[in-house]
Design a protein around this ligand. Structure first.
Ligand code: KE4
Length: 432
């Protein structure tokens, strides 16, 4: 038995499923999860000492690569001054100022410890600000595991969402409408039916929880128009895309295509903590001031704005502002996507891929899917062959066909070339 297997057996005796987050268990792809011993740059080494090129990077946060010297130094220094105080620190103010400088649609921001907490709090704030109950989300978008968000579409627009998890009573999800991503007709109908009751619309602007599906510009423009017309808050969930697809997040990408575009609120996470537990939600001053201790919308957290996590996040945000950072990252991500496309074409394997900044996705379809139903038509057996073929060759991609991939600044051209070469071998297996 190898060390990953023995560790997995041991873990399953004391941790449900042997993991602290379900996707890590390899349930969708089968096989034994790789237990990470250590990581450095674009690599990690598993419990057997095998090296992998890491395209998960903690599901997005590790945009600099593992163990960036400036980040390690900042964290080590912060730790010497104390791990946690439960009292305000200057560094929280510094990080908030940095986030607001880079995402000018927000006037204020509140730091929390996870994307789930940030999304949950943003919804509560939207409901408090509007006095309304209903919210719109989209099938295939994941905003963390708060009860109101564990919902799938009901039988029709007039009906309530249906809980996707045990333990979530119907009355908790009754105000959550789930629409099809990129479906303007459904969007129009939902606002026509429920406009005055809608507190907010929450969306992943580039849906990394459907692997990689972009909201079309017409769809995004219509979301903005309808939220404005009906007084619903337009909430961008940029936990994954924030500081990952662009220095200003996905909202900066859409603002290039829709003049003056901005959401009303933004939820962030992952990169802003540099890999440590840190997330945030923010918006316009008049909405954010409704939060306790000023306003009536309660929200709190023992470790919110943690002094070590904020040091990690700040050091990360400083590095991604260095000259040439984004050009270099985008060039590497694009060369990965182009290489994979060429290798798939060479093997005559139906394949499509897309990327933005340091985030990419691919599908075993000739055309990029526009919604969840299409993504889930993927031949999972073929995906699993691809996943394990790459894993055996030391390439670590997401163990689920609906997850995105991430390139860091530490990935080298040689790493990208090795990845494409490994994929070319595996595509040959798929085409047999
Ligand atoms: P966390 O609570 O996991 O920090 O964030 C929830 C969340 C919110 N919004 C978006 C767009 C997200 O992608 C996430 C979390 N992403 C998943 C990966 N698809 C985290 C991985 C996991 O669940 O283990």
């Amino acid at each position: 038995m190898d060390n990953n297997q023995s560790l997995f057996e041991r873990a399953q005796r004391v941790i449900p499923g042997g993991v602290n987050s379900p996707v890590r268990a390899f349930k969708a792809v089968g096989g034994t999860p790789r237990f990470v011993q250590r990581a450095q740059g674009p690599y990690f080494w598993d419990a057997n000492g095998k090296q992998y090129i890491d395209y998960i990077g903690s599901w997005g946060p590790i945009i600099l690569g593992h163990g960036h010297p400036a980040v390690v130094e900042a964290v080590q220094k912060a730790m010497l001054d104390g791990f946690s105080f439960g009292a305000p620190t200057e560094r929280e103010v510094e990080l908030a100022e940095e986030i607001l400088k880079l995402v000018p649609s927000m006037d204020m921001v509140r730091l929390v410890s996870s994307g789930t907490e940030a999304a949950m709090s943003a919804i509560r704030l939207a409901r408090g600000a509007t006095g309304r109950k209903k919210l719109i989300k989209f099938e295939g978008c994941y905003h963390g595991h708060a009860d109101a968000l564990l919902v799938k579409a009901g039988s029709g627009l007039a009906t309530n969402g249906l809980a996707t998890s045990a333990g979530v009573p119907p009355e908790v999800v009754q105000h959550t409408l789930v629409l099809e991503y990129n479906n303007i007709l459904q969007l129009e109908e939902a606002f026509a039916l429920h406009g005055p009751e809608l507190a907010c619309l929450m969306i992943e602007p580039i849906a990394g929880n459907m692997n990689f599906v972009r909201a079309s510009v017409p769809f995004m423009r219509r979301c903005r128009e309808l939220c404005t017309a009906h007084g619903a808050l337009f909430v961008f969930d940029e936990v994954m895309t924030g500081f990952r697809v662009h220095l200003g997040g996905a909202q900066a990408v859409y603002a290039q295509q829709i003049p003056g575009f901005e959401p009303d609120m933004t939820v962030m996470g992952k990169v802003i903590g540099g890999g440590m537990p840190l997330a945030a939600f923010g918006g316009k001053r008049e909405v954010m001031n409704l939060l306790a201790p000023l306003g009536a919308v309660y929200q709190a957290g023992t470790l919110s704005g943690n002094p070590v996590a904020t040091a990690c996040g700040l050091a990360t945000l400083k590095e991604i502002q260095q000259p040439g950072f984004w050009a270099g990252l985008e060039a590497k991500t694009q060369s990965l996507v182009d290489g994979l496309k060429a290798a798939a074409a060479q093997a005559d394997v139906p394949f499509s891929a897309d990327c933005q900044g340091g985030m990419f996705g691919f599908f075993l379809f000739p055309d990029l899917p526009q919604n969840y139903a299409t993504v889930m038509k993927t031949d999972s057996a073929k995906f699993n062959t691809l996943f394990h073929g790459l894993l055996d060759r030391g390439i670590y991609i997401a163990p689920a066909l609906y997850e995105a991939g991430f390139v860091s600044a530490a990935h080298t051209d040689a790493d990208i070339a090795a990845t494409v070469a490994a994929a070319a071998e595996v595509f040959q297996l798929l085409s047999k």
